[in-house]
Design a protein. Structure first.
Ligand code: ATP
Length: 351
């Protein structure tokens, strides 16, 4: 790691062979990763080491081995300076029920060193940003899970940090609540220029939100990719067609036609990783943009009706078995040895 100014412009988080061992479990195992500015997903199954990494990055828990820096500051020696510049949204419910969102967020702003007037102004702005303005004087005990998650996000943002660490912010939310929270998280970066590290056990939701994704399992780095590299590398297209009198088995006819065109097609009912797919849906590997045209032309050529043609969310299993991890172009990402996985035990799910 180089001097603070240089590192800050290139990476917001850098870890080097970072390990955390508890008496019975290794929570982080020689993790080396350089995270650039932007929105970064940290994905892993329960117990993969996500919360442990966040606590080390905040300077709240010492690493057993290795080094880490946040915004160019050393986590071992500069914890207070890191916590001044970094916001943290914990995973668990930590909100006092008898207190209003305004009182709580003002209190957190004051704890972060803001003077009273600035704390009140920033609280109002931040609660408005997360969509809680109307309810801000109600006690939080009566809030829905989604509202509580928004308060937790607001208190992480109130002191205008350079970086926020969000631990499972979509936990407990229904699909609409998830989408809203993910939209808010994206805007934290686009509207305010704040970098974000957001954890989840759902790869799919992070793919839509993040510029890059770090996948860990058993405390080890499995993969670090720019999100678009991810989707390109593993994308497939789900295609379903109708039968016609001329083509009584439209699915089989289309399968044959696409294979003749040189596309890789999984037989109906199966994905490459063995996961079940609805009976009449063909999965076509997306080689490039022309794949969509080829499928459309083949369906039209056979005179079939197109029921659906949609990019399929891939399972993280496919990522696990997809060869060496990729790195965002031009960045030195992983300096540690890579662990080859024989099986996908305890892998997180795609959304
Ligand atoms: N204080 C602790 N003492 C002992 N073991 C711990 C402690 N904290 C975490 N662990 C263990 O370290 C491993 C990683 O835990 P961690 O909480 O970092 O995972 P996670 O990816 O955040 O999962 P989750 O989303 O379930 O919290 C787990 O096996 C966990 O049981």
């Amino acid at each position: 790691m180089t001097g603070a100014t240089t590192v800050e412009s290139v990476t917001v988080i850098a870890t080097e062979s970072l390990s955390k061992r508890y008496p019975r479990v290794t929570a982080l195992d020689r993790l080396s990763v350089d995270v650039p500015p932007g929105v970064t997903g940290l994905v892993g199954a329960n117990g993969a080491g996500k919360s442990t990494l966040i606590k080390i990055l905040l300077g709240l828990s010492p690493a057993t081995e290795g080094r880490a820096s946040v915004l160019g500051l050393d986590v071992a020696t500069e914890g207070p300076a890191i916590r001044e510049r970094v916001g943290y949204m914990p995973e668990h419910d930590c909100l006092p029920p008898d207190v209003s969102a305004t009182e709580f967020v003002v209190h957190m702003a004051r704890m972060s060193g803001l003077p009273p007037t600035a704390a009140r102004e920033r609280t109002a702005d931040t609660l408005r940003h997360v969509g809680l303005y109307e309810e801000r004087y109600r006690p939080m005990g009566g809030y829905s899970t989604g509202m509580k998650q928004r308060v937790k996000l607001a208190q992480a943002l109130v002191h205008d940090p350079k970086l926020v660490l969000l631990d499972e912010p979509t936990n407990g939310l229904d699909p609409v609540g998830r989408d809203e929270m993910l939209g808010l998280i994206r805007r934290v970066h686009t509207d305010f220029g704040i970098s974000v590290l957001v954890t989840s056990h759902l790869l799919g939701e992070l793919e839509r939100t993040c510029d890059q994704v770090v996948v860990i399992d058993g405390g080890r780095l499995l993969r670090f990719s720019a999100t678009d590299e991810f989707t390109q590398a593993t994308g497939s297209l789900a295609v379903e067609v109708t039968d016609t009198d001329a083509c009584p088995d439209g699915t089989a006819a289309l399968h044959a036609a696409l294979t003749r065109e040189g596309l890789a097609v999984q037989p109906a009912g199966h994905a490459a990783d063995g996961s079940p797919v609805p009976g009449r849906v063909l999965l076509v590997d997306v080689a490039d943009e022309s794949t969509y045209d080829t499928v459309r032309d083949a369906v039209a050529g056979l005179g079939l009706g197109l029921v659906r043609m949609e990019a399929r969310r891939h399972r993280i299993a496919e990522v696990f078995h997809d060869g060496p991890e990729q790195r965002p172009a031009g960045r030195e990402a992983d300096r540690s040895e890579r662990q080859q996985r024989d099986q996908n035990g305890g892998a997180p799910d795609a959304a």
